[in-house]
Design a protein around this ligand. Structure first.
Ligand SMILES: C[S@@+](CC[C@H](N)C(=O)[O-])C[C@H]1O[C@@H](n2cnc3c(N)ncnc32)[C@H](O)[C@@H]1O
Length: 212
C-alpha cells in the first residue's frame, strides 16, 4: 500500500544519485547533508535492521559497513535492480511499508530515509502499529524524512518554494503525504513508543522512536 508513486521511482532510478548529490537545484536543500543524514540513521541502528524504501541502496551501504544485517524492502523494480547490482547477496524483497514478506529473524531496528511520506497519515498509523508488534522492548524505529512542525509551517514552506519558482518541488510537497511532527508524535505515542525529533536540514527531520 502507498504504492501510488512507484512509476515515478522507476523513472527516477537512473538519475536518483545525481539528485541526492545536489545536481537538481530544486531539491538541493531537501538533500542538503544527505550523507550525514544517512550516517546518523546508521549510527542509531543496531542488530538486525529492516529497511523500507531502499532506493539505490545508499543507506543500505552505510548499515552494512557497520556490520549490521539488513533486510531491504523496495516496491520499485528499477530501484531494486540498482540495489541488487550493488549488493548481490543482500536480502532484498518486493514490498512496501505495509505489505512485505515475513522476515525469518528478530528485528531490532526499522529504518527508512526520504520515504515514509508516501503513506497517508492513516496508513502511517497502521504501519507504526504493525512495527510495534514486530519490535521487542527497546526496539527502535529510526526514520528521516521531510516533515513540518505544524500546519502553519507547511503553509509558510509552500509559499517560500512558490516564491523560489520551484514548481516541481511544490507539486511534490502538495501531492505526497508530508505530515507534521504533531501528527507523528501522537501516532508514535499511541503505539507505545517514546519519540524524539532532530532537525537535519531545512526539510528533513530525524525521528527516533523507542518501544517502551
Ligand atoms: C526518495 S527515495 C529514497 C531512497 C533511499 N532511502 C534514500 O534515502 O536515498 C524513496 C524510495 O521509497 C520507495 N517507496 C515509494 N513508496 C513506497 C512505499 N509505499 N513503501 C516503501 N517504499 C516506498 C521508492 O520506490 C523509493 O525507492
Amino acid at each position: 500500500m502507498g504504492r501510488e508513486f512507484i512509476d515515478l521511482f522507476d523513472e527516477w532510478a537512473s538519475s536518483y544519485d545525481d539528485t541526492v548529490s545536489g545536481h537538481d537545484v530544486e531539491y538541493k536543500e531537501v538533500f542538503d547533508q544527505y550523507e550525514v543524514i544517512l550516517d546518523t540513521v546508521a549510527l542509531k541502528s543496531a542488530g538486525n535492521v529492516l529497511e523500507f524504501g531502499v532506493g539505490t541502496g545508499n543507506l543500505t551501504e552505510k548499515l552494512r559497513s557497520k556490520g549490521l544485517s539488513v533486510f531491504g524492502i523496495e516496491p520499485s523494480t528499477e530501484m531494486r535492480k540498482k540495489t541488487e547490482s550493488r549488493f548481490p547477496d543482500l536480502s532484498l524483497f518486493d514490498g512496501d511499508f505495509l505489505s512485505f514478506p515475513k522476515i525469518d529473524a528478530e528485528i531490532n531496528t526499522i529504518v527508512s530515509t526520504y520515504a515514509f511520506h508516501h503513506l497517508t497519515d492513516e496508513e502511517k498509523d497502521k504501519a507504526i502499529e504493525l512495527y510495534s508488534h514486530l519490535l521487542g522492548q527497546n526496539g527502535k524505529i529510526v526514520f528521516a524524512d521531510t516533515a513540518y512542525l505544524h500546519d502553519e509551517d507547511r503553509q509558510a514552506r509552500h509559499a517560500k518554494v512558490k516564491e523560489q519558482g520551484f514548481l516541481n518541488l511544490l507539486k511534490d510537497l502538495q501531492t505526497e503525504y508530508y505530515t507534521t511532527l504533531e501528527v507523528l508524535e501522537s501516532l508514535f505515542a499511541k503505539h507505545g513508543f517514546s519519540v524524539s525529533f532532530t532537525k537535519m536540514n531545512e526539510y528533513v527531520w530525524l525521528m527516533e522512536a523507542v518501544k517502551k
